[in-house]
Design a binder for this molecule. Structure first.
Ligand SMILES: Cc1cc2nc3c(=O)[nH]c(=O)nc-3n(C[C@H](O)[C@H](O)[C@H](O)COP(=O)(O)O)c2cc1C
Length: 335
């Protein structure tokens, strides 16, 4: 693990060495993944929804505690538009708080109630969202920090239509709370650039997908390693009635979704047979067929050159960020 080279409001808030957050990854951010990032000096978030069996999430919290040797780790809470669906989110929060977790990443609609619950339990929360107005709203509703993700991000960048660098720079001007920016980040030079525009940390997902600790099938990781700059595509973007852009691997499923969209399919039912999450989990992550499932993937996968431990990836990011800082210093004109 590298020594710290940056101190920011987010390294202080989360008590971490490096300004690097591993965003929640549906199906993939389990204890091994989260602990890999935490033990390398960052912060990462378990996704409770990935553990549908009773008791499995509680067991994963215990496993993560053991793997991190008592270091703080986080939990991701996706808040649904449908209030009734948030009953299980509140149960996961209570479970996590009882297990001693104090760091949370929220995403989704109207976070005010969840922020209040987290604070009542003694936790801190970074709310992740795609638009400045959502970020300002989260700040007003008491979020301790905000993460802005741009259109490059893997997964659901929501209605984000701005690239990370622009959305992040704008958010840095308008927000008072600490800020992380994410989407498309896969090199240390980009981390330095994020800090330079006013961010306190970065959120990364795609660059970590082929890490050794990720449990997914080797054939999937090989596909991530082979990704070029066209490896991800956006489905359900623009003004389609389905709304809600989803950046995924360009595979047979994504092409079929786009074919149905172009043919006018406009209801969830018209896509349900191919977009359900268990299709990704069972067909690709477990089954090893990267053509199956909507596989959230951002363009930053292009920076992955090998299957490596998370610590090696994070060490490299920090080394590159340090080198980028020296490069900038070297460009200064002597007075
Ligand atoms: C495979 C995958 C699954 C994801 N699942 C979630 C999730 O369940 N909840 C969430 O808040 N974000 C999720 N995200 C978004 C990431 O947490 C993070 O914001 C995003 O990956 C950052 O952009 P990048 O992929 O360009 O690094 C997911 C991203 C990927 C690639």
């Amino acid at each position: 693990m590298r020594d710290p080279i940056f101190r920011t409001r987010i390294t202080e808030l989360f008590g971490i060495r490096h300004p690097i957050l591993g965003g929640g990854l549906m199906w993939l951010s389990d204890a091994a993944y989260v602990a890999g990032i935490v033990n390398a000096g960052g912060m990462a978030f378990l996704t409770p929804r990935s553990f549908p069996e009773d008791g499995a999430f509680a067991a994963e919290l215990e496993r993560c505690r053991a793997l991190t040797g008592g270091k703080p780790f986080g939990v991701n809470l996706n808040i649904s538009k449908v209030a009734a669906s948030n009953r299980s989110v509140i149960e996961w929060l209570d479970l996590a708080l009882r297990a001693g977790v104090r760091h949370f990443e929220t995403a989704g609609n109207a976070p005010g109630d969840m922020i209040a619950r987290i604070h009542a339990g003694g936790g801190v929360v970074i709310h992740k969202c795609p638009l400045l107005r959502h970020a300002l709203n989260a700040e007003r509703e008491g979020a301790d920090a905000v993460a802005i993700v741009g259109m490059e991000a893997g997964g659901h960048p929501g209605p984000a239509e701005l690239p990370t660098m622009l959305a992040g720079a704008l958010a840095a001007r308008r927000l008072r709370v600490p800020l992380a920016i994410g989407g498309g980040i896969g090199t240390g030079g980009q981390i330095l650039a994020a800090l330079a525009v006013g961010a306190d940390a970065v959120v990364i997902g795609s660059r970590f997908l082929a890490a050794q600790e990720v449990w997914a099938h080797p054939a999937y990781k090989a596909r991530v390693v082979a990704a070029d700059e066209r490896a991800s595509v956006v489905a359900f973007g623009g003004n389609t009635p389905m709304g809600g852009a989803w950046r995924v691997m360009d595979n047979a499923t994504a092409r079929e979704v786009r074919r149905r969209e172009a043919a006018g399919a406009a209801t969830h039912d018209a896509f349900a047979d191919i977009i359900r999450g268990t299709e990704s989990r069972d067909g690709c992550y477990r089954g090893g067929d990267p053509e199956r499932g909507m596989l959230s993937l951002g363009a930053a996968a292009v920076f992955t050159e090998a299957v490596e431990p998370l610590e090696a990836i994070i060490d490299q990011l920090i080394d590159e960020a340090g080198a980028a800082r020296r490069r900038i210093d070297g460009l200064a004109v002597e007075a």
